[in-house]
Design a protein around this ligand. Sequence first.
Ligand code: GAP
Length: 482
Amino acid sequence: MKEWNDHFFDFLVSHAKVYGFIFPSSEIYGGLNAVYDYGPYGIELKNNIKEFWWKTMTILHENIVGIDSSILMRNDIWNASGHVNEFNELLIDNKDSKKRYRPDLLIKEHVEKKFSNHPKKKEDILFRLSQSLKKKDLLDLKILFDELNIFDSISKTKNWTEIRHFNMMFKIKNENKKDLYLRPETAQGIFCNFHNVKKSTRMKIPFGIAQIGKSFRNEIFARKFLFRMREFEQMEMQFFILPEEEKRWYEYWKNVRLKWHLILGDKKNYKLRNHDHLAHYASLGADIEYHFPFGFQEIEGIHSRRDFDLKKHEFFSKKKLRVFESKKNYIPYVIETSLGLDRLFLAIFSSSLKKEELVENRTIRIVLKLPSYLSPVKGAILPLVGKDGLPEIAKKIFDEFKMNHKLIYDQKESIGKLYRRQDAIGTPLCFTVDYKTIETDTVTMRCRDSMKQKRIHIKNISRIIENETGLEKILKKLSDFI
Ligand code: GAP
């Protein structure tokens, strides 16, 4: 168990690969840094997470609708939104290793390691860091960096360049060899469609637009598996409000989003942290942080973007992006909730992966205790043995219910091994066809978490799966505080 705890993150990455959740991109050519592919069970889990978020936003909130805007957009949008000039990270190079880093992250890591037993000292340094970032004072930041005597972990030297800015947007060329950007956030597609959506749906303020889609960032310090990737997915929602209601809606969304996360996991794994360093478009901001295997880190951001984006787009596009409602002509304010789908996947995967010692038969099992409504496969139909007509009955049951639920039929190993395999991919229920099935039309139902077994009639299988693994129950629970 000690080894499991000490090397949990390595086990997690390996489990994700071996059981078909996450593969390194371009692996047969040596891999591509900070880019990953979702495998057969990974995509099912990811799609279930998306569906859960999407339904929460667009079904439980009657005043939120969805869109799916394009990844490629005109450069005018990124000039207007400020991303061309402001969407920068800090950069420092080590001249000996030729490796590139984010100095703010190196400082944070250094402080975590060196001063974990000196909270006051740690707090002072982090305060100095936040002040330099706020003032965008690169000289001051470099002084702090040098004072901390930070070595490069590869070259073991302190031979650093000056600190500089680096724009995080990926550039590509179009057919005329002109630069285009891959979007670094999905939000701008929402702002630019604000009027189209409002007109076509006849929505009135307050209302929201939700979107799930890929974003791209040329991250300098991309690592920690799915946590910081160069190609990732965001689930964003922009909520358009009356300017005077900014505080109320900001508090509402902070509260509602935190509660949504708490439904998914243990309370002690979540924190709400107000921002000390705001993005260029935001006036108020907080992060929901999750306790990843490498510490508390941001999983979702909630910001008030005020009228920053609509105002800029109105100015640059010369198209009216204001509303005339309740006898007022105004540009609405926006509260944004922005959640990283891959980060949420990692959070759910890491909190679900368990190693259990089974005292009764002195073995261990690796089990993925996913919330059952998110499990990639809802039920496995397994014949006890591969003969005497049992596979045929099991296959018939599988065919009867496969249209309603994501099921698996498997007869490749002994029943004990089949159960372990379903545990490892997080299947909540297994239904085993045995000799009694032939006479009684009943099967053994085995539950993933308790490992308890129970005899049930075949005709009840579908209803039980729906009851135990459907989204409806959880959506009802959520609707109580929305
Ligand atoms: N539209 C606002 C926005 O994009 P952000 O804080 O930069 O805000 C929002 O990003 C969320 O997107 C983050 O909380 C995180 O979950 C996810 N995210 C950002 N960069 C990421 C990356 N490189 N890899 C994976 N997820 C990322």
